[in-house]
Design a protein around this ligand. Structure first.
Ligand code: AMP
Ligand code: GLY
Length: 444
């Protein structure tokens, strides 16, 4: 069976006919991925007036009540395509970068399937730091000064003559471990040896970058070629422990909006960074379709780019999407089909989320501890709980990953959002979880 003509969005129908008509809730969507970010996407889709059926591959225990979980790996792109064709899926939405880097959108489009996400070529903006830096250089987008090296001795010499700390970035996907910031020459030497002589992440280049200072923030935008629609700004907390101490993690919490970013800052980031990069991708022959994530820093000499991602951020998405008022299916459709975008509206509210992680994370940890109190905590309409790494057995929920749950509160202010979230966190009982209580310390 072929997917239906869902390119005709509800908004389009209204514009053409000039009347309010109710379109049926008959669309089916496949969400690829399985963490907290995908739970947030599934939750947003479940609020759509058009979406009747949601599949999630592979999904997780928390997603299962809202979507039919399908046991297909997020990198098995041909299998996913065959599933979408067999089940007449109308639209597919991709969460993780590994699926994009595996070329999922190219494979789906070749089969005539509608999909939200960038092509493999456009996803290079995340998978290659060197590509991203050259693009920024060419289109005058503000970022840290840099040089790229393929060879150990050249890199070592360059670092020896420079200042410290210095930023060393492996030019490829390295599971979040590809950025090292040595304080001394000896440390830099060891890291360069690791990356360029011992090929720890594989054969690749290293980008040596100027060290910048200032608060970091995440600017996610829906992008279709040159067209860019900004989302609410957010900030992630990457370190494991309070006071931004301890090892880097996949993110221990996030919040939105950001009081330290002014309207002028946001305008600058949109006009001088996100739009020129989208236009640059077009000019380079790899137009971007999907979510372009700018990891930005407000430095003393202006806002600069730290990195780009080719997908929704995690855990930022978990705090941003609950603030979205517009039907997300309409947004995904407009980008996937290149049709007109509805006005995107955001709630004038605040959102803050706390990640509850297994003790020991991001190092080794045990799994299989029962979690109680989730339903009790969810009785508050201002609370959402997204599952990151859980498993269900006999109706009970158990820990099954490093990051386990993200508990999100919303309120009129960030303070209210935090109180709501922490109250909910207090209701969750589990013997093996820890969390940072200081999410939002920069602004509260
Ligand atoms: P990335 O994977 O590129 O986001 O880098 C991981 C983290 O390293 C960032 O979130 C920053 O905290 C830090 N970082 C990366 N590049 C720089 C830089 N040029 N100056 C200072 N910190 C950086
Ligand atoms: N929160 C950072 C990321 O999604 O890569």
């Amino acid at each position: 069976m072929q997917p239906g003509p869902e390119g005709r969005s509800a908004v389009f129908e209204k514009m053409v006919k000039g009347v309010e008509i109710e379109l049926p809730k008959d669309v089916s969507v496949l969400v690829v991925g399985g963490g907290g970010r995908c739970h947030a996407i599934v939750d947003a889709l479940s609020r759509s007036s058009r979406v009747g059926k949601i599949y999630c591959a592979p999904g997780n225990a928390g997603i299962a009540p809202q979507a039919e979980c399908v046991p297909i790996k997020d990198t098995a792109v041909e299998e996913l395509r065959d599933f979408a064709l067999a089940h007449a899926v109308n639209l597919t939405v991709v969460g993780p970068e590994v699926s994009l880097a595996a070329g999922i959108t190219d494979v789906f489009r070749a089969a005539g399937l509608r999909i939200f996400g960038p092509s493999k070529a456009a996803a290079t903006i995340e998978s290659s730091k060197d590509f991203a830096k050259r693009l920024m250089e060419k289109y005058n987008v503000p970022t840290a000064a840099y040089r790229t090296f393929e060879e150990y001795s050249g890199a070592l010499e360059y670092v020896r003559d420079g200042s410290f700390p210095v930023v060393l970035k492996y030019d490829g996907l390295a599971a979040g471990k590809g950025v090292v910031i040595p304080e001394t020459f000896e440390e830099a030497e060891a890291t360069l040896k690791d990356m360029l002589l011992d090929d720890r992440f594989g054969k690749g280049k290293v980008v040596v970058e100027e060290f910048l200072t200032g608060p970091e923030f995440s600017f996610m935008c829906f992008v279709d070629g040159e067209k860019v629609w900004p989302m609410a700004l957010s900030q992630d907390h990457k370190r494991a422990y309070e006071g931004d101490k301890g090892p880097n993690t996949g993110g221990m919490g996030a919040y939105s909006p950001l009081p330290f970013i002014t309207d002028e800052d946001r305008e600058y980031a949109l006009e001088k960074i996100m739009k020129p990069v989208a236009a640059g991708m077009m000019a380079e022959g790899c137009p971007f379709k999907g979510v372009l994530y700018g990891g930005l820093m407000k430095t003393p000499s202006g806002i600069k780019v730290i990195e780009f991602n080719c997908r929704f951020g995690d855990p930022e998405t978990e705090v941003v999407l609950p603030l979205l008022e517009t039907d997300i299916y309409e947004i995904f459709s407009a980008v996937a089909d290149g049709t007109s975008m509805p006005e995107i509206r955001w709630k004038e509210r605040a959102s803050m989320g706390f990640v509850m992680a297994s003790k020991g994370y991001p190092g080794s940890y045990e799994k299989g501890f029962e979690i109680e109190g989730i339903e009790e905590a969810l009785k508050d309409p201002d609370v959402r709980i997204y599952h990151m790494g859980t498993a269900a057995n006999d109706g009970r929920i158990y820990t099954a990953g490093g990051r386990v749950l993200m508990v999100i509160g919303s309120g009129d202010t960030l303070l209210q959002a935090r109180d709501k979230a922490l109250e909910a966190v207090g209701k969750i009982k589990c013997d093996n979880l820890f969390w940072r209580r200081d999410i939002g310390w920069r602004v509260l």
